[in-house]
Ligand binder design. Structure first.
Ligand SMILES: [Zn+2]
Length: 233
């Protein structure tokens, strides 16, 4: 019997924006235009980068293994950017057009970029992202197998409880066999139950500086923090 895949939402963070796609040369423009029906010019859209999901145990006691992140990285371009996972009541705000795997020590994450057209209707949406008000994101996806970290079996077939410790071994589940990336969403601030600024803010500020240096000439940082829920726990 084939079980229905799980549909999950997983929190991420909006980490940067590039105000002038043209400043990066034709690469970004070309990547965006793969999805447009007529060639867009750089001034017609805004580009945002997200830290969408990662390989660390989150507060739901789940994590993605690296190979599933690579799959998500491949699946995300072409998917829509929504608000609050609302696939019924609203149309997309943007389209993910490019994605990459980002490594920071042991932390591996998927960092897709999304473009949002500078239409009148999107004006406030873009301003709220640029102004750092909309900064939390979440991925909607489905997967088939929640693997228990304690015994390696399907969590539905064992008695271990995620979040509980067995000896020195805290149980979580590993999300395997991702079926689909449905969408990425901007979600209301604080909706995931943690604050905006993690305790490691100083470290993140240093990282932000590093990024800024790496991308000299690009006015990128709209928020200098990557929300790291596990840092607060
Ligand atoms: Zn188990």
């Amino acid at each position: 019997m084939e079980l229905e895949p799980f549909v999950f939402h997983h929190p991420g963070a909006l980490i940067g924006l590039r105000r002038h796609p043209a400043a990066e040369g034709d690469e970004t423009l070309g990547a965006v235009n793969r999805f447009a029906l007529r060639p867009l010019t750089a001034g017609e859209f805004a580009v945002f980068e997200m830290d969408l999901c990662h390989n660390q145990v989150d507060r739901h006691f789940s994590r993605f293994p690296d190979e599933e992140l690579e799959k998500i990285d491949r699946m995300t371009p072409g998917r829509p950017l929504m608000e609050r996972h609302d696939l019924r009541g609203s149309l997309p705000r943007g389209t993910f057009f490019r994605s990459r795997i980002h490594r920071d020590g042991d932390r591996v994450s998927v960092r897709p970029e999304v473009y949002v057209l500078r239409t009148g209707d999107n004006r406030d949406f873009i301003l709220n992202i640029e102004g750092g008000v909309y900064r939390e994101t979440s991925i909607g996806f489905s997967f088939r197998v929640p693997e228990c970290s304690v015994c390696g079996r399907d969590l539905r077939a064992c008695d271990h409880v995620p979040g509980r410790s067995y000896g020195d071994n805290p149980c979580h589940f590993i999300m395997r066999d991702v079926v689909e990336v449905i969408e990425g969403s901007v979600v209301p601030a604080g909706s995931q139950g943690t604050g905006f600024v993690p305790r490691g803010a100083a470290v993140n500020a240093a990282r932000a500086l590093e990024w800024a240096r790496e991308r000299f000439h690009e006015p990128i940082e709209l928020t200098t923090t990557v929300r790291r829920p596990w840092a607060d726990e």
